[in-house]
Design a binder for this molecule. Structure first.
Ligand SMILES: CC(C)(COP(=O)(O)OP(=O)(O)OC[C@H]1O[C@@H](n2cnc3c(N)ncnc32)[C@H](O)[C@@H]1OP(=O)(O)O)[C@@H](O)C(=O)NCCC(=O)NCCS
Length: 177
């Protein structure tokens, strides 16, 4: 993996999630695997983060998330094709970041990966929340397709180009076994 390794790529490391490693995704003749990521993935995540977002997280933010949150990666061989950051408190989860490599977008990978991630966090999570930019049509389509519903608006929540602000749509989903 250029610029970083996931925990499962290094057999000597102990931060291996045996449940996550079991999840393989057969996708249009390709095999991708869900892994739990640790800090060794930081540089590769930052490349994807900066390529995918108009207002990317800082490296400090990403590093802290890799230490404290559940971060899943969808790997094809050694390459991370997508990643997701969840915070988990008791039975509530929040999806804090979700990125598909821009070169891989629009193929259905995001929907398939999100489904795998939701299976990973439930249990213990019974519900998931997220915030998304009102203008982010692909993400809103992805979340509605996965079963999320709009539950509110946070006005002027996000910074927007030209110094403006943009509303966030709050979405939630109950997870059932
Ligand atoms: C949002 C994102 C994760 C979607 O990933 P993806 O792999 O391209 O999504 P999929 O191919 O699985 O498509 C998911 C849905 O979005 C729709 N979609 C994809 N690209 C779209 C576009 N440009 N405009 C409108 N809808 C679009 C698809 O049709 C699909 O809807 P459907 O299930 O009703 O057919 C990806 O675009 C991304 O990483 N964006 C940048 C980071 C980001 O905005 N993350 C979300 C933060 S809240």
């Amino acid at each position: 993996m250029p610029g970083g390794r996931c925990s499962l790529c290094d057999a000597s490391r102990q931060m291996v999630d045996p449940i996550a490693s079991a999840h393989a995704l057969e996708f249009n003749g390709r095999t991708l695997r869900l892994h739990t990521l640790d800090e060794s993935a930081l540089s590769q995540l930052m490349v994807l983060e900066r390529d995918a977002h108009s207002h990317p997280w800082s490296e400090t933010n990403m590093s802290r998330s890799l230490q404290r949150q559940r971060v899943f990666g969808l790997l094809e061989g050694q390459e991370i094709r997508a990643f997701a950051v969840f915070s988990l408190v008791l039975d509530e989860a929040e999806l804090l970041d979700f990125v598909v490599d821009p070169a891989q977008q629009g193929l259905g990978l995001g929907g398939a990966f999100l489904g795998l991630c939701l299976k990973q966090i439930s249990p213990p999570a019974c519900r998931v929340f997220l915030e998304v930019r009102q203008s982010n049509e692909p993400a809103i389509a992805l979340y509605l397709g996965a079963g999320f519903a709009e539950v509110g608006i946070r006005q002027n929540y996000y910074p927007a180009p030209n110094g403006g602000r943009e509303d966030a749509i709050l979405m939630a989903m109950e997870l059932v076994d």
